[in-house]
Design a protein around this ligand. Structure first.
Ligand SMILES: NC(=O)c1ccc[n+]([C@@H]2O[C@H](COP(=O)([O-])OP(=O)(O)OC[C@H]3O[C@@H](n4cnc5c(N)ncnc54)[C@H](OP(=O)(O)O)[C@@H]3O)[C@@H](O)[C@H]2O)c1
Length: 319
């Protein structure tokens, strides 16, 4: 039997109250994996979508399940084939197995999805980064092909993905228009936005500006609504697909002109290294809205489900 650890599990899909803080066995590692002592993990909306059963076609019906894709912690055991890391290293990672498993004191992590933790961040700040910042980076750089001096509009700029997207777009030397509600205008300005649109005061689809890239980080504006705001070869990228969007992606990929795209975040140690450089050179920071102890994961989920998070929610793990 493996040593024991504290973790948050659930035994059936449902409300936040299904999350139980309990004792389970520590995970076994594969030869290409490391055992990480978790100091912090973060809550992403996908966590409560999985908990509610919204993704059960892929997460299945085997329980108990443990959530959590983000981790920042310390390497305490190494698989035989691990080459890049050593015992005691501080690392951060975005796990690549569903439904996560980082809401725990220890987690098994493949070396290919981990990177050295940014030196100027605490574990709490670093655990906020992986899933949300990888989404922002891959949406802007890979899908949007954002170039220096281009105009980009970021919708949902105050959320987990959006706060990193604004900063990454600025690091790529783009001109950033950020969209958020009144209470988040100052925050989004402080992240470096060139212009902020308060969506409670102005309908962004009526904006007269033209953009090379529109990144809807919160999936609240359709390609059809954004199309008039795109330049002739502009690219729209969203985090939330609809059947209509897949049709538009198919159609626009074959035709010249405006494109519709969807980002599905990929775990990547090399992209986390890229983000580490942006963080250590002061170009990107984490905005932490609230932290909760791991035992209070249910309360953290309820807050995330409010759709009003400014930045990220982090779960801290004490040993
Ligand atoms: N496909 C993928 O790989 C992928 C990866 C990451 C995330 N996602 C999805 O992307 C979405 C966003 O993730 P997240 O972590 O950024 O979520 P989040 O942090 O929970 O987003 C909350 C933010 O959304 C803003 N918001 C709510 N309604 C808005 C509206 N109508 N217009 C503009 N902003 C609005 C809120 O700002 P105000 O309070 O100012 O309204 C708040 O700051 C989630 O649905 C998530 O599941 C998908």
């Amino acid at each position: 039997m493996s040593p024991l650890m504290k973790a948050v599990i659930f035994n059936r899909y449902g409300a936040a109250a299904e999350l139980q803080y309990t004792t389970i066995e520590q995970p076994q590692i594969q030869p290409d994996q490391m055992l990480i002592k978790v100091y912090a993990t973060s809550v992403n909306p996908v966590d409560w979508k999985i908990r509610k059963g919204m993704l059960k076609l892929v997460t299945g019906n085997r329980f108990p399940q443990t959530l959590g894709f983000d981790v920042s912690g310390e390497v305490v055991k190494l698989g035989d084939r691990v080459r890049l890391f050593q015992l005691g290293d501080a690392v951060y990672a975005r796990l690549n197995q569903l439904p996560g498993t980082a809401y725990a004191e220890y987690v098994a992590v493949s070396e290919s999805v981990a990177a050295a933790k940014p030196k100027n961040m605490t574990h709490t700040e670093a655990a906020a980064v992986p899933l949300a910042a990888l989404t922002a980076l891959q949406a802007l750089r890979n899908q949007g092909q954002l170039q220096a001096n281009q105009q980009v509009l970021i919708n949902g700029a105050s959320g987990g993905v959006g706060t990193y997207a604004v900063q990454i777009a600025k690091a790529l030397d783009a001109e950033v228009t950020a969209v958020c509600s009144s209470k988040n205008v100052e925050l989004v300005q402080s992240l470096g936005s060139d212009r902020v649109i308060d969506y409670t005061q102005q309908d962004i689809t009526q904006d007269s500006s033209q953009y090379d890239v529109i990144f809807d980080a919160v999936g609240k504006q359709s390609f059809s609504a954004c199309k008039p705001l795109l330049k002739p070869n502009g690219i729209y990228v969203t985090t939330l697909p609809t059947p209509e969007l897949f049709l538009q992606i198919g159609l626009t990929s074959f035709l010249p002109g405006k494109k519709a795209k969807f980002i599905l975040v990929q775990s990547s140690g090399s992209d986390l290294d890229y983000l580490k450089d942006l963080i250590e050179t002061g170009k990107v920071r984490s905005v932490i809205d609230r932290t909760f102890p791991l035992a209070e994961a249910a309360a953290a989920h309820t807050y995330s489900e409010s759709d009003r998070t400014s930045g990220k929610i982090v779960l801290t793990v004490s040993h």
